[in-house]
Write a protein that binds this ligand. Structure first.
Ligand SMILES: [Zn+2]
Length: 227
């Protein structure tokens, strides 16, 4: 009979977080060591973040690092692993969102990154698709900033606390990926999935999408051909 006390690494959603990273890899939304995920402790003692450089399609709960909410408590964590390089991003968002979200998920989904690279505004694009807007609020595009930088973490923190209106569920990071939040790892994953799906549709439609009916030529009744 085991006498182990409950440790942070037995957090019940860690297995879900691992399954999410495996699924993201299967879908080609990250390469082997890309992406990272954190889940808050339900008692708010802190959060658990995936370790730096680990193989995400084989991620297991023991590859998470406990980050206490109280920095003075640091040192109680497993020290064999380093936390994700995006620790600052996770730390800021976990503190900011502590009351509404338990998971912060960072991935590099192909079509979202392609849409950003093509100069699409993801919030405007998503407004055309009720399948997204009903369930997922898309925040402002985050400009190209170095991965793991303080600037990137700060820009995401700002975007998740808009001056007006409700906070978004997901942000696109130009030339990079997304940050999504949810009550569970799968909820965060679904926000990524919805946005990825419509970005794929928008890119398949190319530049021929017509936003307004007034672009129809009044004399001919046809949409003018574009070069
Ligand atoms: Zn990244």
């Amino acid at each position: 009979m085991t006498t182990h006390e409950s440790t942070p690494l037995e957090h019940p959603v860690l297995a879900q977080a691992c399954a999410v990273m495996r699924e993201a890899y299967e879908r080609g939304w990250i390469s082997t060591r890309d992406g990272n995920v954190s889940v808050a402790m339900s008692d708010r003692r802190g959060f658990l973040v995936s370790a730096s450089g680990v193989i995400k399609h084989a991620l297991v709960p023991s590859q998470f690092v406990f980050v206490p909410a109280d920095p003075a408590a640091a040192g109680a964590a497993n020290t064999a692993l380093r936390p994700s390089g995006e620790l600052d991003l996770h730390r800021r968002l976990q503190a900011l969102l502590a009351r509404r979200a338990l998971t912060v998920l960072h991935l590099h989904p192909t079509h979202i990154v392609a849409a950003l690279y093509a100069g699409r505004n993801l919030a405007e694009l998503s407004a055309d698709f009720p399948e997204v807007t009903r369930y997922t609020r898309v925040g402002p595009n985050i400009p190209a900033l170095p991965a793991t930088s303080t600037e990137l973490a700060e820009a995401c923190e700002d975007a998740f606390q808009p001056a007006l209106g409700p906070a978004p569920h997901i942000l696109g990071l130009d030339r990079h990926g997304v940050v999504a939040v949810g009550k569970t790892p799968w909820e965060a994953f679904e926000h990524v999935e919805r946005l990825e799906h419509i970005c794929r549709i928008a890119l398949a439609a190319g530049h021929r999408h017509i936003h307004h009916p007034d672009t129809i030529d009044e004399e001919t009744g046809h949409v003018p051909r574009r070069p």
